[in-house]
Design a binder for this molecule. Structure first.
Ligand code: ZN
Ligand code: ZN
Ligand code: ZN
Length: 141
């Protein structure tokens, strides 16, 4: 095998793996961590490694194809870009993540940011607590 050929194969494999990751995210209503994506992606692309998943997730979020949110448990979650801008409600008990449509970014905050001459790329806002089911479970204990 000559060098040209093997790098061509690698590019093809990379794009297949990237597409597999995108397909997974597009099909999932959940916010997935890199490990979860890796577990699912392995079923489609058995040769994929966790490192490859991380690299592809980095590239895809740099390209704006997917959105990465960092949560307090230290794990980032990923979802497809193009959905409405939103925030998250995160259950501390079961880990459920729900979308919150309201955005707390107030117009006067935007004015302050303009005064600071800070160019905002994105912002995050997550609310932690207990979901309906977990509240019941907790009060029943
Ligand atoms: Zn819960
Ligand atoms: Zn979300
Ligand atoms: Zn917002």
């Amino acid at each position: 095998m000559n060098g040209e050929n093997s790098s061509g194969n690698r590019t093809l494999r990379n794009s297949k793996q990237r597409q597999a990751i995108l397909d997974l995210l597009a099909a999932s209503p959940e916010h997935m961590s890199a490990e979860e994506i890796y577990q699912q992606a392995r079923k489609i692309q058995p040769n994929i490694s966790l490192g490859t998943v991380y690299r592809n997730l980095d590239t895809l979020s740099e390209q704006g194809m997917i959105i990465r949110s960092s949560f307090a448990d230290g794990k980032a979650r990923y979802e497809m870009a193009g959905i409405e801008h939103h925030h998250h409600l995160i259950c501390l008990q079961c880990g459920e993540i729900r979308d919150l449509e309201q955005c707390p970014m107030a117009p006067d905050l935007e004015a302050v940011l303009q005064e600071e001459d800070f160019q905002v790329v994105q912002h995050q806002f997550e609310i932690y607590g207990y979901c309906h089911q977990c509240q019941h479970r907790r009060s029943g204990e």
